[in-house]
Write a protein that binds this ligand. Structure first.
Ligand SMILES: NC(=O)c1ccc[n+]([C@@H]2O[C@H](COP(=O)([O-])OP(=O)(O)OC[C@H]3O[C@@H](n4cnc5c(N)ncnc54)[C@H](OP(=O)(O)O)[C@@H]3O)[C@@H](O)[C@H]2O)c1
Length: 333
């Protein structure tokens, strides 16, 4: 796979989101199988692996750290802290304090079996928090060598500007796919202006863009598709025009809908890096294969034109996900 830059950090143009190996999509593979899949991703050229303390909580960092250990120095390992206490983290100063975040970082380093994190994200940025304080602590962690760079997730233009003025951000990680383009209007242009990489989470819209799920598909356990409105049967049906568009382009290009949706994103901006989640070898091969699908400018412009005509029904919000009761509610923007 070709490489891209998240500011100064070089990564493969498609990364691997490791969350689903422990959290958020129902039944999980065994540890042995998860490690095999993570190794497969590395063999196929993936050098960006994403986790977070909140996934599990904690267990996804342990798994990811164990899996990438044999090639730790050859990859970019990213993790995140949340602004609310996870089990066992409680201290009087609060989670969003220098001590709270330092403790979280030290614990993530231990779980990941590493002495540095490549990009350390603030997983959600509460509206009423002082982003400058967090940015300052991140600058100190960089000087100490505990992290190479830092980022924010689902932050606003204002939060990005304020934080970046204190300690430059290397990445913003937020939801982005053909189904969810809300950040195209402000955050993505700002990232371009400030030379901040944009890491696209849920780039496959939770699998919808693969075309392999329909209104009768059932989801179990902590699978967010039980509660997010994008997967309500009536919305799945109403969003069919998106799959029709992908199927049409895919047939012409000899590719799959999933690959076309990723190729569209890769073509659009060279500082955007998608991190799909997948737990089957054939899906890893399929999604990374998108890096070989090159759209001409005409093909890309035609997709854009058609995409702009499509109305999207439903979305993926933290508020809906909290209904599952598997993650702690975070007051955000
Ligand atoms: N910063 C944040 O707040 C935040 C939030 C969410 C996620 N993330 C990060 O972003 C990563 C990706 O998010 P996501 O897991 O929601 O991404 P996603 O790729 O949009 O959705 C993952 C789901 O789509 C399915 N899928 C992916 N490719 C497929 C294909 N080719 N064919 C059929 N099904 C396919 C997966 O199936 P299987 O896994 O069952 O194979 C899984 O159920 C996470 O792992 C995490 O690291 C960050």
């Amino acid at each position: 796979m070709q490489k891209r830059k998240l500011r100064e950090i070089e990564v493969s143009e498609i990364g691997l989101g490791c969350m689903g190996f422990s959290h958020g999509y129902g039944a999980i593979p065994t540890e042995e199988e998860s490690i095999r899949l993570i190794h497969k991703a590395y063999e196929l050229g993936c050098t960006l692996f994403d986790t977070a303390e909140a996934y599990g909580p904690f267990v996804n960092e342990e798994l990811t750290g164990k899996a990438v250990k044999p090639f730790r120095d050859k990859i970019v390992l990213t993790t995140k802290f949340v602004p609310v206490f996870q089990e066992g983290q409680e201290i009087p100063e609060g989670k969003l304090s220098k001590k709270g975040v330092t403790n979280a970082l030290n614990d993530s380093l231990k779980r990941l079996q590493t002495d540095y994190i490549d990009i350390y994200y603030e997983h959600r940025v509460p509206q009423d928090s002082k982003v400058e304080d967090v940015a300052e602590w991140m600058g100190e962690f960089i000087k100490e060598g505990k992290i190479r760079a830092w980022g924010q997730s689902q932050s606003t233009v204002e939060q990005i500007r304020r934080a970046h003025a204190v300690t430059p951000l290397s990445a913003v990680q937020s939801e982005y796919s053909m189904m969810e383009r809300m950040f195209e209007k402000d955050v993505i242009p700002l990232c371009k202006e400030l030379n901040i990489g944009f890491v696209a989470f849920s780039p496959m819209a939770g699998g919808f863009l693969s075309g392999k799920y329909d209104k009768n598909t059932k989801y179990k356990g902590d699978d967010v598709r039980r509660v997010i409105t994008r997967f309500m049967p009536e919305n799945v049906e109403k969003n069919q025009p998106m799959l029709d568009l992908l199927n049409e382009v895919a047939a012409k290009k000899g590719a799959t809908p999933a690959q076309i949706s990723l190729a569209w994103m890769l073509h659009k901006n060279n500082f955007v890096v998608p991190i799909p989640g997948m737990r089957k070898v054939e899906r890893i091969v399929e999604n990374f294969g998108a890096a070989n699908i090159v759209l001409t400018d005409d093909e890309f412009n035609n997709i854009e034109k058609e995409l702009n005509k499509i109305t999207i029904y439903g979305n993926r919000t933290d508020e809906d996900i909290h209904k599952l009761g598997t993650v702690k509610a975070i007051k955000i923007n």
